[in-house]
Design a protein. Structure first.
Ligand code: ATP
Length: 288
């Protein structure tokens, strides 16, 4: 008698949590809509050819005065490749994403994108170069195609196919009798959390971002979804810069660079093998 109602309660709590994240973002976007557009068009400042895409330079930031969350954070994300951000809960990983997208500005220090201070760039133009894939990705109503095209209504079939390939969804779509025209809403196919996140990756890639921010799921993924996420990260990192809040040893092992954040400071950077040998803090975080 109890299994179903208890399951429903857990589902409701999870929906509310997802909803509150979405609401925060919607509120932020609405606030932004009323904001006068200042700053330059991206790319108007001369960027160093071949320089990093994203640079945090001695960034200090706190949500409240006198309580810094980032304390002199410094790291680079190159134009291509997979950078993993790891650290304990509260280390400041999501805050790095928030400053990268310019939901907040640093109290001190600089966030540079293509060599340009992000405060000097029009905010909507800055965000248009960044894709964000959050941990929990509710699929919207409608067909898979509608869900994918939402961010890039002008994308053609070729671009759609490429995004599906990068997100390791080609096989899944091929198995559906109605393909991309399958209903992905509540009455439609049941998609796992891993599949929903890869749909969000494909959707973000269709908008051709220079930088993709990905918050990896902490929840359990089955072996198939875990491998698909790994391949998707590997393939995507060839197309654009990828900054991943990493929770999975299996993907961290493959990162080109791992940035270890501890109390808002970068305490080590390097590849998995190097950090295992050199960083006690990384060893403490990494079960592998
Ligand atoms: P997790 O892995 O748990 O998501 P994290 O490394 O992403 O952690 P952040 O979410 O960046 O860490 O949080 C860093 C600190 O900033 C925490 O102490 C958190 O409580 C605080 N914090 C985060 N967002 C806000 C906010 N909107 N207002 C006030 N404090 C916040």
């Amino acid at each position: 008698y109890l299994v179903e109602p208890i399951g429903a309660v857990f589902q409701a709590v999870s929906n509310v949590q997802q909803g509150s994240g979405a609401l925060r973002r919607i509120t932020e976007v609405l606030e932004l809509a009323g904001e006068p557009e200042t700053g330059q068009v991206p790319g108007t400042a001369p960027a160093l050819a071949g320089g990093p895409l994203l640079q945090f330079r001695d960034v200090w930031f706190g949500y409240e005065p006198h309580r810094p969350v980032l304390r002199g954070t410094t790291f680079d994300v190159p134009q291509r490749g997979h950078v993993a951000l790891v650290g304990l809960s509260g280390a400041g990983k999501s805050t790095v994403f928030a400053l990268t997208e310019r939901f907040y500005d640093p109290d001190r220090g600089l966030v540079l994108f293509d060599g340009q201070d992000v405060r000097d760039v029009q905010r909507h133009a800055h965000r248009a170069r960044i894709g964000l894939v959050e941990q929990h990705c509710p699929v919207l109503h409608g067909t898979l195609r509608e869900n994918l095209m939402y961010a890039a209504p002008d994308a053609d079939e070729g671009e759609l196919r490429r995004a599906l390939e990068l997100a390791q969804l080609t096989e899944l779509v091929a198995q559906l009798p109605r393909g991309l025209d399958t209903d992905a809403g509540e009455q439609g196919i049941a998609l796992s959390g891993g599949e929903r996140q890869r749909i969000a990756i494909a959707r973000a890639l269709l908008a051709r971002p220079q930088l993709l921010l990905l918050d990896e799921p902490t929840a359990h993924l089955d072996a198939v979804n875990e491998a698909a996420l790994r391949s998707s990260i590997r393939e995507t990192a060839k197309e654009c810069a990828l900054l991943v809040i990493a929770h999975r040893v299996s993907t961290v092992r493959e990162a080109d660079v791992i940035v270890v954040l501890d109390g808002g400071r970068v305490v080590a950077t390097g590849r998995h093998g190097e950090l295992l040998a050199e960083s006690a803090r990384y060893r403490a975080l990494s079960p592998g």
